[in-house]
Design a protein around this ligand. Structure first.
Ligand SMILES: [Zn+2]
Length: 107
C-alpha cells in the first residue's frame, strides 16, 4: 500500500470498516511510515476529541490509538486465518462428498 491509498483509508480504519486484508496492509504501512502515522494520529485526535468534548474525562489519545491499532491488527489477522481455515474445511468437505458420491455410483 502506498501513502496515497493509506491516507484515503484513514477514515475507514477509524470507523472499523476496512476488510481484514486491507486492514493489515494499512497497519503495516502506518507502522513503517512516519508521515501516514502522523496523519492518522491527527484524524484520530480530531475524531475522538470531538466525541469527548462533553465528557470531562482525561484521555491518553496516543495510547488509545496504539491500542486501537494493535487490536485491529489482531482482529484482522484472526479473521484472515479463520477465512483460510474455513476455505480448507469447505474444500475437504467437498472432496469427501465427491469421494462418497463416486463410491455410491461406481457399482
Ligand atoms: Zn505513508
Amino acid at each position: 500500500m502506498n501513502c496515497y491509498e493509506c491516507k484515503k483509508r484513514i477514515k475507514d480504519f477509524l470507523n472499523d470498516s476496512l476488510n481484514s486484508k486491507t486492514c493489515i496492509e494499512f497497519i503495516d504501512h502506518v507502522r513503517s511510515c512516519k508521515d501516514c502515522m502522523e496523519e492518522l494520529s491527527i484524524e484520530f485526535l480530531v475524531n475522538e476529541g470531538l466525541k469527548r468534548l462533553d465528557t470531562a474525562t482525561s484521555f491518553d489519545l496516543e495510547r488509545e490509538l496504539n491500542d486501537k491499532i494493535n487490536q485491529s491488527y489482531q482482529k484482522a489477522r484472526f479473521y484472515k486465518n479463520f477465512a483460510f481455515i474455513c476455505s480448507i474445511v469447505v474444500f475437504l468437505a467437498a472432496f469427501l462428498l465427491g469421494l462418497f458420491l463416486s463410491t455410491l455410483f461406481s457399482y
